[in-house]
Design a protein around this ligand. Sequence first.
Ligand SMILES: Cc1cc2nc3c(=O)[nH]c(=O)nc-3n(C[C@H](O)[C@H](O)[C@H](O)COP(=O)(O)OP(=O)(O)OC[C@H]3O[C@@H](n4cnc5c(N)ncnc54)[C@H](O)[C@@H]3O)c2cc1C
Length: 446
Amino acid sequence: MMSLLDELSIDFTKVGAPSEKFEEVSTGLNLDSALLEASRCLQCYEPPCRKGCPVRIDVPVFIRRIKEGDFAGAAQKIKEANLLGGICARVCPVERLCEMDCTRKKMDRTVQIKMLQRFATDWEEENWKKAITLSTERDERIAVVGAGPAGLSCAYELRKMGFRVTIFERSENTGGIPSWGIPPFRMPRVVVQSEANFAIDTGIELICGKDIVFLDDLKQDYDAIFLGIGLADDIQYKIEGSAECIFSSNQFLRQAEKNKLPDLTGKKIGIIGGGDVAFDAARTAMRLGGESVILYRRTFKEMPAEQDEISAAIDEGIDFKLLTTVTEFIHKTGGICTAKCQVMELGPMDRSGRRRPLPVEGAYYNLDLDYLVWAIGSKLDLDFCSMNQINVDRKGRIEVDENLMTNRGGVFAGGDSINKQNMVVRAVAEGKRAASNISKYLEGGI
Ligand SMILES: Cc1cc2nc3c(=O)[nH]c(=O)nc-3n(C[C@H](O)[C@H](O)[C@H](O)COP(=O)(O)OP(=O)(O)OC[C@H]3O[C@@H](n4cnc5c(N)ncnc54)[C@H](O)[C@@H]3O)c2cc1C
């Protein structure tokens, strides 16, 4: 038997990434190691792994199926809870989710649930699909705005219930951030497209290249609406100096995906931030021939990025300037820019539970860079919300009630647009929850 990734070798020229350097870094488990790892699972009666999974995958059952050699059955178990099981098997921060409280950890080490999930979903990409059945067709129509993880999962669940569903997506691609933002060396595009296509092929109408501006245009034709619009805008602080050498992380990663960045060979790229997005931008720049330096206000200890990302970045030769922020970016002749860097020190704890970075008075140094990338987060499209009279909460996310319904009746939301903890698996979980609530709403139960 061949795995999905063996069969479909990724053509990076088609997906935009220019070289084999963008091939997936993490290699999955082979058959022998998967069987061995599956045999380590204790098959707990009340499995903490299932509780830790936002979509409640029945982990012990899928692992048992792997152990018994029923790989299609394992994949089916995963996918019945999570349409995007292959994507999540690559990017879920499992140390904080299913693997966190694994009982086996008390004996020796946690079972590698994520790697086993990847093994099953890659191996049996085709066979599990045969098991999916759709309910009888219903008349109600639902519009889903956004084809990211939240939108896809909501649309798929509704479709399985028999509803007529249309997804409106402003870009030309399905998959949301995993299709362009999480770099291919962590998230092969073939996996994203395969899982997105599977959902669409259940009979969902997909309209790409359609930017929804006014929800009232949809209200006439649809009985309910789901907003899976993510966070479209970048957060950027005001910085003095030249704008043409400064990118937001979204711009940088999107342009890398489309092969539209300037030639980075031999260029020095400063990335401001300490989260996964900063690391993704830095590792991408390195693969494009640049030299990356991460500029972060605190120290390694406070960095929000996953440990794996930090270790990979160190291994790949990325440089770090810690306790540093950039206050000015000056374009000099010859293309080089100078970043004026302010030295920081750690003060008392702030609300995030980390020590607050404070500027050291008068302590500055200069750093020559060719480009600067802001990677300090994204925010909601507030214009969209105000134009559509959608309330936004104090954290800058769409306000929803316990049913994930916004202040506008029949308009539901999920994913990053309502969440402070941005994760693919949470977006999937909310898409599912919203689908079930939309069904109740249409039956008059909400
Ligand atoms: C660089 C990067 C790395 C990440 N790494 C990880 C990781 O390792 N693990 C992890 O779990 N999470 C990671 N995330 C977060 C994860 O990608 C998000 O949590 C997830 O994609 C959210 O899904 P979503 O559907 O809510 O939003 P999105 O994925 O943003 O999808 C929203 C979709 O809606 C469309 N849209 C928006 N407005 C409109 C409109 N008005 N009309 C039509 N379409 C519209 C957009 O084009 C987009 O396709 C990362 C994010 C980034 C940026």
